[in-house]
Design a protein around this ligand. Sequence first.
Ligand SMILES: [Zn+2]
Length: 312
Amino acid sequence: MPDYGAFAQARAAAPIAGAIRRVDLHGAEKLVALTFDLCETSGEVAGYDGAVFDTLRAKQVPATIFAGGHWATTHAGRIGEIARDPLFELGNHTWSHANLRLADPAKLAREVLAPEAALAPARAAAAQCRRADAASPRSTDIRSAPARSTLFRFPFGACNANAMAAVNGAGMMAIQWDVSSGDPSPLMSADAIVQATLAGVRPGSIVLMHANGRGYHTGSALPRVIDALRAKGYRLVTVSELLAAGTPVVTETCYDARPGDTDRYDTWGRKPARSVSSWPTSSPMPTAAPETTGSVIARRPISTEGPPATKH
Ligand SMILES: [Zn+2]
């Protein structure tokens, strides 16, 4: 099996600038990448959705997991399990799920770099484990456990030029999505998640889901999503595998379904505290948005930013 971790490391030496939304595949094989975010702010302990990982393992589905640094510290055992499992690749989802459009340079650096230190022990243990596994005659997968993240996901689907430069400067590529399952909304039933996902997926898609317990019906929807995609002839792969199979479709800025639709989170944190039911959701039925293929340098001017958002 090719070493996609090494591929990602090599590619990250010159990260693709801009937000990667999907991949134009070079071959005829229908590939799709399921991604799961582990979001957690510094003032909470979110959760671990065991049903998601049980399903991925039972159905042997490779997946890309974007872990927050704070989540990794409050779920040290779980992050170790995820890092050790060759089905999964780990990416960086900031330290405290901050809106990086609002971060000053010091906070930006901390949010991008601190998760790497938090993930390092799990990665080191995983590398040792995988080396031992590789020596086993029963081993079928000797993919390396990369020493650091090459993939990054912006919280809220929100970025600006400074934030993108910080991520790319740290050797990471911004992996956003072209299909939002809508799972952070408690109002999205399992049926609705299945429908939204299947309606949006096309070959080369990157699908956004959550595994921190705030994909409220993700666990019940996921087996159906996987079975339906496989029935349609899709092979489920990690983001690194997807990137290796084609040309990334890159946009200058970050968004959910269309440019500008996540800018509302710039004011979201300044409003009075809300219940968990108002955790930012993504549009369940994304529509086509302008995209370009290949590398695009972000030229968006620095936005006028207000004070940092309060915790949510
Ligand atoms: Zn998140």
